[in-house]
Design a protein around this ligand. Sequence first.
Ligand code: COA
Length: 319
Amino acid sequence: MLTTTGPHGTRILGLGHYRPANVVTNHDLIARGVDTDDEWIKSRVGIAERRWADPDETVVDMAEAAGSKALAASGVATADVDLVLVATCTMPTPVPAAAPQLATRLGIAAPGAYDVNSGCSGFVYALNAASAAVLAGQARNVLVVAAERFSGWLDMTDRSTCIILGDGAGAAVVGPSEEIGLGPVIWGSDGAQYDAVAIDEGNHLFRQEGQAVYRWATSQMAPVALEACRRAGVAPEELAAFVPHQANLRIIDAIAKRLAAPNALVARDIVTSGNTSAATIPLALSRMVERGEIPSGAPVLLLGFGSGLAYAAQVVLAP
Ligand SMILES: CC(C)(COP(=O)(O)OP(=O)(O)OC[C@H]1O[C@@H](n2cnc3c(N)ncnc32)[C@H](O)[C@@H]1OP(=O)(O)O)[C@@H](O)C(=O)NCCC(=O)NCCS
């Protein structure tokens, strides 16, 4: 009989986020020559402004800023972090991964370190990997960071995509807990639609089949969200917040309506952060917690979805 040294439960011990200083409004995009208008973007997508990194600001720079804040908020010493995970799909090169470099910058000595690429759902996948590692006794605490720098991958001649994406990072420290603070993850994918969201091999530019993704998200994601609640033993009425991937405000509202969670504050971070892919969920959650909008210990539903097409949903307790 094998044994494990892991604890009974895991939870998020602290959150952090980083948004680049450079604000890009819809009017700024028009000034750069994009054939669009403020009203179209606000009414069809919900974005008023997004942040773009400075030319010399990297994915790892943003991950470091968010990760150091999450560590400080958690109270966990760097010496007690055994694993560092980075969810990203915008590293400029396939190798090296961001995670080992990030760990060194933060002064975390010799942790396990790897990147997770599942597009916009990457943070929830990484969070679940972190929880599994702690539960299995393979890591005492895990730093999970999602960081994206999409401004380097945009086709500025494609007005249906260049207006959507932004840069930023969010982070969480996952550690042991007496109670279960990270519920079962509900995940899946539809690889038949693998080509609907992509960064192309040839030109390295982001493209998507917007309407196909919109239809998939609005029709398929609400049942996934509800199943995550059911498996966690949390009724939708008990949710304090719903933090879905920030792809489009109309998608967010459509899923929230089907979720029917009257007491849940719905994340609408897309309005001022745009779509930062894997980073949207921890960025939105960290900002909500920082503003005092979610009480400590309250149940929050996370729902990631996007390229793959892959998805992952999970109920977590706020730190
Ligand atoms: C991308 C998205 C906002 C586009 O909205 P849409 O309503 O599907 O837009 P369409 O591409 O069908 O275009 C509709 C019209 O708006 C126009 N349009 C597209 N982008 C525009 C823009 N930025 N400004 C003004 N008009 C625009 C199109 O040219 C088209 O005009 P036409 O009817 O005269 O030809 C929407 O499909 C979407 O959000 N999809 C989900 C994608 C997503 O979540 N991706 C993230 C991956 S996780």
